[in-house]
Design a protein around this ligand. Structure first.
Ligand code: HEC
Ligand code: HEC
Length: 275
């Protein structure tokens, strides 16, 4: 069926063109299909957990605020500009200055639960942990392993702002917030409907990456306002300083770790002795 094949080729080329256009020269999500069988099931489950972190029964117990992973990793981590998961697995194991350790991708995933999601670290090897890690790894399929020796960041990490943090002006940020953000996130930062809270008890805690004003500014520049990110470096830094000048949950590591017996589990369903 020549005609059919040609039509398929056109669709594929058009699709590749779209991906390339949205991400410049950056690599796109794997073009190949999700594998069959239990691995594919885990990848699909992982994507579901990234999207429904606060409500899915496998992750809900480990989240302490109103944020799903996709609240910051836009489009389930497939948006190449806004803290994408594409390519991330190629950076691990990586050196983490924050943790003072070499961390694996699974560690990094779990740490986001206790920091950005203000919850409790799920056990290593648990279904949620394996599924989310499998999903993120799949988004790096076929990319060369680089193992980042300086920071736990993938090749498409959000670029830092080209403006010094000393120049942050939160009162100018307040004006920008009222104009460009309050319609969705509310004047008091508590969010409304599907727009999550940006400060207060239901937002990310002080231990989260976004609690650092330069990091929040860098992310805002590529991600917000959601419908049309258009902030200048100066705007992004100022509004970040304003958002982070409000209260949010404190971060004390001990409060976010489960009892040591729950930190990890044997990653197998064949653990019990065979009769
Ligand atoms: C409050 C916002 C926020 C939430 C919620 C959040 N993250 Fe993150 N996360 C970030 C930011 C910002 C980074 C740094 C990304 C960058 O520099 O590109 C990051 C980094 C990561 C990284 C490392 C990326 C890399 O380049 O190496 C992983 C993995 C990750 N997050 C997983 C998750 C998972 C899984 C969840 C949900 C359980 C989650 N995050 C929830 C903001 C968030
Ligand atoms: C059109 C509505 C809209 C506008 C305008 C908007 N946001 Fe958002 N924002 C969202 C949504 C929705 C999300 C979660 C993304 C998702 O779930 O896909 C989000 C996520 C966020 C997050 C990360 C999650 C959290 O709640 O902490 C921050 C921080 C944030 N926005 C700040 C801002 C700032 C600052 C502005 C103004 C410059 C802004 N937003 C403008 C809708 C909006």
């Amino acid at each position: 069926m020549k005609v059919y094949r040609w039509a398929t080729a056109v669709v594929v080329i058009a699709a590749l063109g779209l991906v390339a256009a949205s991400g410049g020269e950056k690599p796109a999500a794997p073009a190949r299909a999700i594998p069959d069988g239990p691995l594919g099931d885990a990848i699909r489950l992982g994507e579901m957990l990234v999207e429904q972190t606060t409500t899915h029964p496998l992750t809900k117990p480990y989240v302490g605020n109103a944020l799903n992973c996709t609240s910051c990793h836009l489009d389930n981590g497939k948006n190449l500009n806004a803290a994408t998961f594409i390519g991330v697995a190629s950076a691990y194991p990586a050196w983490s200055p924050r943790e003072g350790r070499v961390v694996t991708l699974e560690d990094r995933v779990l740490n986001c639960f206790m920091r950005s999601c203000n919850g409790v670290r799920p056990p290593l090897g648990s279904r949620a942990s394996v599924a989310v890690t499998a999903y993120i790894t799949w988004l790096s399929a076929d990319m060369p392993l680089r193992m980042n020796p300086s920071k736990p960041n993938g090749p498409n990490a959000v670029p830092t702002l080209e403006i010094s943090t000393d120049q942050a002006d939160p009162s100018r940020g307040e004006v920008i917030y009222a104009e460009k953000c309050a319609s969705c996130h509310a004047k008091n930062g508590a969010g409304r409907k599907e727009n999550p809270p940006v400060w207060g008890p239901r937002s990310y805690n002080q231990g989260a990456g976004l609690a650092q004003t330069p990091q929040l500014g860098a992310w805002l520049k590529v991600a917000m306002p959601l419908d049309e990110p258009d902030l200048t470096d100066h705007d992004a830094l100022d509004v970040a300083a304003f958002v982070n000048s409000h209260n949010r949950p404190a971060f004390k590591l001990e409060d976010h770790l489960p009892p040591s017996s729950k930190l990890g589990e044997y990653n197998s369903e064949a653990g019990s002795p065979k009769p």
